[in-house]
Design a protein around this ligand. Structure first.
Ligand SMILES: C[S+](C)CC[C@H](N)C(=O)O
Ligand SMILES: N[C@@H](CCS)C(=O)O
Ligand SMILES: [Zn+2]
Length: 325
């Protein structure tokens, strides 16, 4: 394998900052794939023609998207599996059995690896429990979030991703609720046997979507002490407001000064969960150049874009990362 394991790559060169790709779901939407449906960006992979017809239009769109992110400077890319949990897939598509689900994930990972080649790192993307019910931007996990069986929800996806050698890292993304964070961090190497990161969904006021402060988040990690899973590589923020993201990352850095961080904000637009469309919010106050400089100052080791960011954003991020590292 040509790739250096990420843990080693980040440890060997403390200045190394990897550029992540952009918001894939929304980029597929920009290119004509209708992602407004219960499995969101998983949709192109559900139809058999994607796999049987190499010239299928959707297949070309996904390949071109990966190519454009690579050309823009992405060094670490994600599988398009944000809303590909067994629950979301089996309740909303003709794929009903664990065996068929496993086959779907393996096909997606194989295809993604073929698209990006052997040298780039590949993340197995795992959306939050809340993605299934579309509350990743509210963090409202109902009256008894502590009794949700998160493990049962994630297990089929984890079982597949853990054993797939084409994946270098698992990415839990857009995690909005402290009970979900605690659950993921309670899992040992038998459950999470690959390096993983957690991207938090944070309110523009700087608290987790459910109201937990960054100090509260840090306490969960500090309290675990040396019981923490050694595969936990990075913590960070994703799909948070562009304008507020540097301050949020800085507050996470203050609370956990030794933790390697990652940041990939969205464009600043706000998701309407009913209509499944993005609404304009405030204009970008800063350039990527300024934001990336601040992220690096706050300990970011992976930087990219989330929803509604495009290859052009990744190009600007890449240029800024080169300038400041
Ligand atoms: C990151 S959001 C845009 C993903 C989609 C959302 N969970 C939905 O189902 O509409
Ligand atoms: N990795 C997902 C993030 C959704 S918040 C995507 O880029 O589509
Ligand atoms: Zn996003």
């Amino acid at each position: 394998m040509a790739r250096i394991p990420l843990k080693q790559l980040l440890a060997d060169d403390p200045k190394k900052v990897l550029v992540l790709d952009g918001g894939q779901g929304t980029e597929l939407e920009n290119r004509g794939i209708k992602v407004a449906n219960p499995v969101w960006s998983t949709i192109p992979f559900i139809s058999e023609s994607f796999w049987s017809d190499e010239s299928s239009a959707n297949r070309k769109i996904v390949e071109e998207m990966f190519n454009d992110f690579l050309a823009a400077g992405a060094e670490i890319l994600m599988t398009i599996t944000y809303q590909t949990s067994f629950k979301s897939v089996s309740e909303n598509t003709p794929i009903k059995t664990l065996a068929a689900y496993d086959n779907l994930l393996t096909r997606i990972v194989d295809f993604s690896r073929d698209c990006i080649g052997e040298e780039k790192h590949l993340i197995g993307c795992i959306g939050p429990w809340g993605a299934h019910v579309c509350c990743e931007f509210t963090g409202d996990y109902g009256p008894n979030p502590e009794s949700i069986d998160f493990y049962q929800y994630f297990k089929p996806q984890l079982d597949n991703f853990n054993r797939n050698e084409k994946l270098d890292l698992l990415g839990f993304e857009t995690i909005p609720n402290i009970h979900e964070l605690k659950a993921i961090l309670s899992w040992d190497e038998s459950i999470l046997s690959k390096p993983f990161y957690i991207g938090l969904s944070v309110h523009e006021h700087g608290v987790l979507r459910d109201g937990t402060t960054m100090e509260g988040v840090a306490k969960v990690i500090k309290d675990l002490g040396d019981k923490i899973n050694p595969n936990f590589l990075l913590l960070g923020i994703n799909c948070v407001s562009f304008n507020q993201s540097p301050d949020i990352l800085e507050s996470l850095h203050r609370a956990l000064p030794n933790m390697p961080l990652l940041a990939y904000p969205n464009s600043g637009e706000v998701y309407d969960t009913e209509k499944k469309i993005w609404l304009p919010n405030s204009d970008k106050l800063n350039s990527w150049d300024t934001v990336v400089k601040q992220y690096i100052g706050s300990g970011a080791r992976i930087i990219g874009g989330c929803c509604r960011t495009t290859p052009k954003d990744i190009q600007e991020i890449s240029a800024a990362v080169k300038k400041y590292t």
